[in-house]
Structures are given as structure tokens and as C-alpha cells.
Write a protein that binds this ligand. Structure first.
Ligand SMILES: [Zn+2]
Length: 124
């Protein structure tokens, strides 16, 4: 590779890195918005519980609470999708045991779990 090619390569790596940082920041913002919404829903659940206690009527609270719980479940699902995207941008993936490894790793170094994603095995 010539000097100029190396310089160009370096510049495009830097651009790629900057782009990654932007993407990761965006995802982090989305995640924290959703986390805040989960907190809010938890507050509403608490209020619904107290209202029912104060009124001696749990029927309406049951419905309200279920609605908020479903909402939280959806938000948590969204967050885990965003977290996977973030890992992909960072060239990482997570084993079912919780270990974070590089995207092209075939077996988990901690638990030995084989990763099934075939996309990365083409060159082998
Ligand atoms: Zn593992």
C-alpha cells in the first residue's frame, strides 16, 4: 500500500469510527428515553395501587396495572433490540451466558456455547 493509500485508509477508518460513535450515541439516547418511560410507568403503577388502597377498590387498579406492565414489557423488548444493534455496531455479540465476545467468534470462551449465526463463517 502506498503512503497516500495508507493515508486514505486511515481517513476512511476515522470517518467510519466517527459514524459508529454517532450511531452508538443515537442508540444510547433511544435506550435512555425508553428507560425513563419505564420509570414513569412504574410510578403510575404505584399511584394506581395506592389509589385502589385508598378507595378500597382493586378492580380498576388491576386493569390499569396490567396496561402499564404490558407497556413496560414492550419497552424492555425495544431496549434489548437496541442493545443488540449497538453490539453489532461495536462488532460484538452476547452469549446466552452473558459473556460479550467479538462478532466473528464461533464458540463462547466462557461456556463453550457454539454461536449459530452462519453469516460470519462463510470464509472458513
Ligand atoms: Zn457463553
Amino acid at each position: 500500500m502506498s503512503f497516500f493509500d495508507k493515508m486514505k485508509q486511515g481517513a476512511s477508518d476515522a470517518a467510519k469510527k466517527a459514524q459508529q460513535t454517532v450511531e452508538i450515541t443515537k442508540l444510547k439516547t433511544q435506550i435512555s428515553l425508553k428507560e425513563r418511560e419505564i420509570e414513569k410507568s412504574c410510578t403510575y403503577i404505584g399511584e394506581a395501587v395506592f389509589r385502589s388502597y385508598a378507595n378500597g377498590d382493586w378492580k380498576q387498579a388491576g386493569k390499569d396495572i396490567e396496561g402499564y406492565c404490558l407497556h413496560i414489557t414492550g419497552l424492555r423488548r425495544d431496549i434489548s433490540v437496541l442493545e443488540v444493534k449497538m453490539k453489532e455496531i461495536k462488532n460484538e455479540k452476547v452469549c446466552s451466558c452473558g459473556k460479550v465476545v467479538a462478532l466473528d467468534v464461533r464458540f463462547c470462551p466462557t461456556c463453550g456455547n457454539p454461536f449459530e449465526d452462519e453469516r460470519y463463517f462463510d470464509e472458513v
